[in-house]
Design a protein around this ligand. Structure first.
Ligand code: HEC
Length: 170
């Protein structure tokens, strides 16, 4: 009996991992390194030992409308990096007192499509935006996308984005 239970638990874990991956509707924006514009790079504000490069596609770079909202078809990428450390493990700061980016850890994507809004993938709603998380090689990184949604969802006054104002209005 115990062995059966262990087996069932293993199946349950496997199934939930698959569900997370299947739920991801945003696909890896292939070629973004060449085709997207880098609009901001900064020490991550909520992570003490990471750096982020923010890039946007052409639709997003056309700007926000008079209400501050981006058009459907907008895609933003956040390249999350580890940062250089001192020998004692503390974060190394540059002469500018900024972190120095090291290895690419995660490609975090947010994409706006009308159909994402019509059929939300989650009870946590972020308008027409949905999220995707990828490893540096473009493969899906098994992340709980509800964590992304939960942190971005309260930003109803800035189209669910943290850095949207760094892209000019139309
Ligand atoms: C705990 C809060 C939090 C969580 C969870 C979170 N983000 Fe964010 N996100 C931020 C903050 C803050 C920024 C601004 C840049 C920075 O400091 O990292 C940001 C920026 C972004 C951006 C650039 C556009 C913007 O809103 O400024 C993308 C794309 C993004 N996040 C995707 C994701 C994805 C994908 C996930 C889940 C894998 C995720 N985020 C989870 C807080 C969060």
């Amino acid at each position: 009996m115990k062995r059966v239970m262990t087996f069932m638990a293993a199946v349950a874990i496997t199934t939930s991992a698959v569900t997370i991956a299947d739920e991801q509707r945003v696909v890896y924006p292939k070629g973004y390194q060449e085709n997207f514009v880098e609009y901001l790079s900064l020490d991550r504000v909520q992570n003490p030992d990471q750096f982020i490069r923010l890039l946007a596609n052409d639709v997003a770079m056309q700007g926000r409308d008079e209400n501050g909202n981006f058009a459907d078809g907008s895609v933003l990428v956040g390249e999350v990096y580890s940062v250089k450390k001192n020998s004692d493990g503390t974060v190394k700061m540059s002469t500018l007192n900024r972190r120095i980016k090291d290895k690419l850890l995660l490609v975090a994507v947010i994409e706006k499509q009308a159909e994402f809004g019509k059929m939300p993938a989650s009870v946590i709603k972020t308008g027409n935006w949905d999220f995707g998380a990828f490893k540096p090689d473009g493969k899906v990184a098994a992340k709980n996308l509800d964590e992304c949604r939960a942190c971005h969802a309260p930003l109803t006054n800035s189209d669910f984005l943290f850095s949207g104002e760094h892209i000019p209005m139309k």
